[in-house]
Ligand binder design. Sequence first.
Ligand SMILES: [Zn+2]
Length: 386
Amino acid sequence: MDRTNRIKLAAVGVAVLAAVVASVEFLAMRNYRETVILGPSVSEVRKLSQYEPSLSGTPNDVNIYIMDSGKPGGTVMVLGGTHPEEPVGPIAAHILVENARLEAGRLVVVTRANRSASLYSRNGEAYPNFFRVKTDWGEKKWRLGDRGGSPLDSWPDPEVYVHWPSHQMLAYMDIRNLNRTWPGRADGLLTERTTFGLMNFIRQEKVDMLIDLHEAELEYPVENTIVAHEKAQEIAAMASMMLTAQEFAVPIGMEFSPKALHGLSHREVGDYSEAMSILFEVAEPMLDRIRGVTDESLLMEGKDDFVVEAGKHGLLYAPMDEKGWPIEVRVGRHLSTILQCIDIFSMMTPDRSVTVSGVPRYAEVIEKGPGAFLKDPAQAEKIAQD
Ligand SMILES: [Zn+2]
């Protein structure tokens, strides 16, 4: 064998080795199951395929955790994991399922709204595969995932994604983005069928308010805010005023869901059901393009010198300093915002009220950390897996 061929053979060997190492890591991520401890008020765990049968056997036949007080009232639904690279959604959703006590009405939680998107990682961005929260009993671990569903589960993407039923043309990969496929359709691709199933649940179960949990890069203008469908505007406005005045160090704003922008939960759920729909955003520095090393500590601690520098140049829509945006601040904000919106909704519509206790608010999550509210699976009576 001449020298050129030996170099070629060595290059193939290195490539194969890299592929094997990567495959082992990606398979471990795809096969990892997250444990959810069923808290004191969980009365039932349903499957989304009950509402859209074609999801049966797919990664998006997700668990729907139902907490029923057994007393009359309304129904509030919370979605975590719409975008898995925004970890506060699943963490806050687990805290709700494991701790909430329902005294009136029902609280329904989905911890992994687009589960397929949590089963793979973003190409070329070196995202960590997992994230962990420290607790008294050890670490609780989740898959990180990407913004859209895995191409292994939904393929091929169209040249242009034509949103149903508006016919608005969107970027091709957004056909796998759960927050661009509402209200969905039964004969669409996986993510469209997922939102279709969620819409069926919302209509059949008479959900009064849908809350969709997100995080956003500081370079993005829709930040630290509540985006509200017109039906939810009063609740969002009151919640933003009260939380800003009484609880949060950085104010939470309120904005209107644009009528001409389609596929988003805050627009379509309100338009295609009786429910009012709202979406929360909080700052996550790891999502910023300008960030430094993309690792688990940036994800969880939210500290980054490059993002701080961008702030000094006036390029950000959220304050940023050396303290960053740690996970306890982000989880605490979302939990307080959920509880505040539920309280205001219950005050405005007493016959559909939902009363929740046992869920920590902002100050308590910052003081004790989110791990203090995650239960030990070894001590749990009932668990489920996502
Ligand atoms: Zn998001």
